[in-house]
Structure formats: structure tokens, C-alpha cells
Design a protein around this ligand. Structure first.
Ligand code: G3H
Ligand code: 13P
Ligand code: ZN
Length: 322
């Protein structure tokens, strides 16, 4: 099947109490690792491209690689999505350039400005058969060149969501309930420790999610910053010359709970980066004489595939839903 929008995927995910995985793609091995897992698990998927990915890999290469994946995985719906579109022009360029979904992220702007720009993107996107994700509330962390400190982050105000969705006409809404971008989502001071001394992050604000869902019944909600930062990857990285102390993510059980509620799309990028980096660091330590990139990119791609398969089955619950 050709590239699809997220409309049907989200409708089914909402009704079925699961979420679709949205994975960031930056090169061929990442595209292959993700889509091979989704094809084997019969799962719908969103492949998303950031402004930084377009700068790194080039729009055309990314679109063509995703088109190749569509051809190789004929049984699953795949959407091609712009992640964190910073302005109308970037969204327009992706809409004109073959994407089926775009995010306009004006969440750091005042409410009325966010509404105005989002509405403009929605009008252009809908006229071209493309759907739009918008955002209310600010996540901490780094995305492209924008860095938001924990102090400047803010949870979504549920009382704003109906007006925002009605005025903009957006198709899905990303909200801030305590997730954040990157591999350092919480400082040790923000966490507690369990009986084994392992850091336990503060719980997500499910009360905010519930209040948003009450005000927007049936409307698909998106969670950004939802990598779990698996400790086995962090340990491998640290054991093989890396230095990632205190890297910590969102517990998988919390994401599973969000997926069973109104959250229809869960964004994962950092876990892909960790899977690749851990695999390659270990490989280099064990094979200091190897220098053919295919030798170490092959297990790195397999690690992405295994990690994604685990998410589909154990976190998102979207296996078998294609
Ligand atoms: O939200 C951020 C994503 O992880 C994309 O990261 O902007 O470095 O490509 P990037
Ligand atoms: P992570 O950094 O938690 O993987 O979040 C990715 C994301 O939200 C992309 O938009
Ligand atoms: Zn994000």
C-alpha cells in the first residue's frame, strides 16, 4: 500500500487501547531496522523526520528511503511525518515533498500565535490531503537547536485544549505531562530510589492526560520524549568507553498505561540512538581490527530492529494491528 496519513491508524489505536510507534529516521539502517520489525510484527508505524534529519541526510534521500521501505513492507501502513516543524515554510516544503503528516510546533510561542500559525499549516495541509499534529505545553530537553530547561518547561493546561483544537482544526495534539526529550529526562534529585537503590523517576501526570481526554473525547493525543533509556544500553556504552552517567527515561509501564488511554502516537528517538551506539561501541572493543562499516552497522541495525520489536509488543501494543 502507498504511504498513508495517520487518520485511520489513530482511529483504530484509540478504539483498540494501543498506540502507534513514531520512530525518528536519519539513515538507511534506522529505516530498515524499524520497518523490518514492524513488517514482522504486522504493526502500523509512523516514520518521522526532524529538521535536523533533513539537514543531515537530505529531504530527497529520506523520502526515497521511506518509499523503499513502503515497497519492501507491503502489508503494513506507513506514514511519513515531519517531527517538530518549526514554521509554516518547513511544513509546506514537507507537504509539497511527499510527507503525509506534519507537526507544527509553536508550543513555545504565546497561545494566540500558536493558534494562528497552526491554523495556517492546517489549511495548507488539509488542502493537500495531509494531516497535522500540533502541540500545547512545553517539554524539557533538546530538540534540534531549541533547548528548554526543566524550569521553563510547563505541563499542558487542559482548559486550553478545546479552544485550541477548535480554532486550529489540527488532527492530533501533543501534550506535556512530564516526559522530555533526550537520554537525561530527570536529574537524580527529581527521582526517588527503589529498594535496590535504582533511580525511579517522578510519575507522569496522568491526571492532566485524563482531563485533556475528557475535554476532547475521541481525539488522538501524542506523547513526545517517550524513550525509556534502557539501562542495558547505557551499561554497555559505559563499559566500552562511553560516559553517560545518570541517563534515565520513562518507565515502560507508564507508556503502556498512556497507550491504553487516549495516547495514539508515542515518539521514540533516543532509544534508537542508544541501541546503535551501544552496539557499535561494544563491536569496536571486541573487533579492533575491523574497519568495514557493514561489519558494525549490521549488528547496529539488528539492535534497532530488536528494540523496536520489543516496544511494539510490550509497550505500544500495536503488534498485529496493521
Ligand atoms: O524531538 C527530537 C527528536 O529526537 C529529533 O532529534 O532534532 O536531533 O533530529 P533531532
Ligand atoms: P526521545 O528523546 O525520548 O526519544 O523523544 C523523541 C521525540 O519526542 C521526537 O519528537
Ligand atoms: Zn519530540
Amino acid at each position: 500500500m502507498p504511504l498513508v496519513t495517520t487518520t485511520e491508524m489513530f482511529k483504530k489505536a484509540y478504539a483498540g487501547g494501543y498506540a502507534v510507534g513514531a520512530f525518528n529516521v536519519n539513515n538507511m539502517e534506522i529505516v530498515q531496522g524499524i520497518t523490518e520489525a514492524c513488517q514482522e510484527q504486522h504493526a502500523p508505524v509512523v516514520l518521522q523526520v526532524s529538521k535536523g534529519a533533513r539537514a543531515y541526510a537530505n529531504h530527497t534521500y529520506l523520502v526515497k528511503m521511506v518509499e523503499a521501505a513502503v515497497q519492501e513492507c507491503p502489508d503494513i501502513p506507513i506514514a511519513l511525518h515531519l517531527d517538530h516543524g518549526p514554521d509554516f515554510e518547513t511544513c509546506k516544503s514537507c507537504i509539497d515533498g511527499g510527507f503525509t503528516s506534519v507537526m507544527i510546533d509553536c508550543s513555545s510561542k504565546p497561545f494566540d500565535e500558536n493558534v494562528e500559525i497552526t491554523k495556517k499549516v492546517v489549511e495548507y495541509a488539509h488542502a493537500h490531503g495531509v494531516v497535522v499534529e500540533a502541540e500545547l505545553g512545553t517539554l524539557a530537553g533538546v530538540e534540534d537547536d531549541v533547548q528548554v530547561s526543566a524550569e521553563d518547561s510547563s505541563y499542558t493546561h487542559p482548559e486550553e485544549v478545546e479552544e485550541f483544537v477548535t480554532r486550529t482544526g489540527c488532527d492530533s495534539l501533543a501534550i506535556a505531562i512530564g516526559t522530555s526529550h533526550g537520554a537525561y529526562k530527570f536529574t537524580p534529585e527529581q527521582c526517588t530510589r527503589n529498594e535496590k537503590g535504582i533511580l525511579v523517576p517522578p510519575p507522569l501526570r496522568f491526571d492532566v492526560l485524563e482531563e485533556v481526554s475528557k475535554r476532547l473525547p475521541g481525539f488522538p493525543i501524542v506523547l513526545h520524549g517517550s524513550s525509556s533509556v534502557p539501562q542495558n544500553f547505557v551499561d554497555i556504552i559505559n563499559a566500552h568507553g562511553g560516559k553517560m552517567p545518570d541517563a534515565i527515561g520513562i518507565p515502560e509501564e507508564e507508556l503502556r498505561k498512556a497507550a491504553s488511554m487516549s495516547v495514539c502516537k508515542i515518539n521514540i528517538d533516543s532509544d534508537i540512538r542508544l541501541a546503535i551506539t551501544a552496539t557499535i561501541r561494544e563491536y569496536f572493543d571486541e573487533h579492533p581490527d575491523h574497519f568495514d562499516p557493514r561489519q558494525y552497522l549490521k549488528p547496529a541495525r539488528q539492535a534497532v530492529k530488536d528494540m523496536v520489536a520489543h516496544k511494539l509488543v510490550n509497550v505500544l501494543g500495536c503488534n498485529g494491528k496493521a
